[in-house]
Design a binder for this molecule. Sequence first.
Ligand code: ATP
Ligand code: MG
Length: 378
Amino acid sequence: MWAALLLTTAALAGTGWWRPIAMRLSAERDRRRILRCAEDSGGALSKHLPRVRCRRRPSGELVTDLVLRSGTSRADVERLLPRLAVALRAFDCWLDETNQRSDRVRVGATFVDHLATESGFVPGPGTRTSRVSIDGIVLGRDRRGAEVRVHLLGRHLLLGGLPGSGKSSAMSLTIDQLLSDPATCVYCLDPKMVEFQSWAGRLARLAGPDLSEALPVVREVQALMNRRFEELAATGRRQVSAGDSLVVLVVDELPFYLAKSAGPGVVEFTESLRDVAARGRAAGVIIVASAQRPTVDAIPAAVRDMFEVRLAFRCSSPDASDAILGRGWASRGFDASKLVPGRPGLGYLLYEGAAPTAVRTFLPRRTDVPAAEGGDGR
Ligand SMILES: Nc1ncnc2c1ncn2[C@@H]1O[C@H](COP(=O)(O)OP(=O)(O)OP(=O)(O)O)[C@@H](O)[C@H]1O
Ligand SMILES: [Mg+2]
């Protein structure tokens, strides 16, 4: 009889019947913790306790809906967030900004350090068929686990950081998504000749360290840009818009091509690149470039300042971090030299003028493994 009981218990355990109950119990425990935290806060919320409803998502994330009483406001909840995170033993707590009504507030909490989690990129159903100029590029996750998407139409992207910090991987991730839109035209320059080989057959052009091969590539992109401007002028348009195709020039280790040691043609290369950086955005011609330390000695300011989106991986000093993100960010708390070591792909993303956000890039899909071995795999 004991054996039968044991077998039945084991079988039931396997079905996971207990999971919803466990989630309800933990949500109830979270609700009590939130109310106790509000009571102990000593502020307006402690006198007029909100109505609290909690639920756990299957991912483990906690969603809490608060109905505020009069005498309290969203700002009171915002002030309570750091204490709430401690009370819930959460990794991070935040206000859901999409909530419109002033007396309804939604608070999210995560119990996982998403920035410590390595994950591969899984293309969503929309990303393979839609225009990349509309969908943008997914770079990775933020600390709350939300996907970080960047729109490259009209924006050049600069990636910087120490060797091994994750620049080329993030570029491969970008190329993969760019090529998922058949209308996108991608040109690559790679001084190491090893980073983008797996895309070679699908790129418009791929050149290595030899400037006599790299210069014609930039000139071709420049000529394409000029043609696009002529077409725009002919149709009375001033610039391309979402839905138009992108032309992307990807340059790994950009300072390599701009150094005097690169050989004859470096002046012409720098001039063509500066022109594409300055005028290309309006024509949908975008540069994605990387540099270990993009100081003005390495990349002329006339080129570097044109990069609107910056991704700073771990670097060696606050100055190096500022060289990527822009002067002053390190002293305001966004110092990529303080990022946790040993986590390639962890960086600060500066996008759309807002303060930088910490992101962990996704690992690019592996394209070198044949499909039979799980090769479209990650
Ligand atoms: N988001 C990530 N998560 C986990 N591992 C990563 C991530 N990004 C990169 N890596 C790993 O880190 C290592 C170095 O990455 P990568 O070659 O992209 O660095 P890099 O900055 O281009 O270096 P270098 O300046 O030497 O070219 C690789 O083995 C890669 O698999
Ligand atoms: Mg690299």
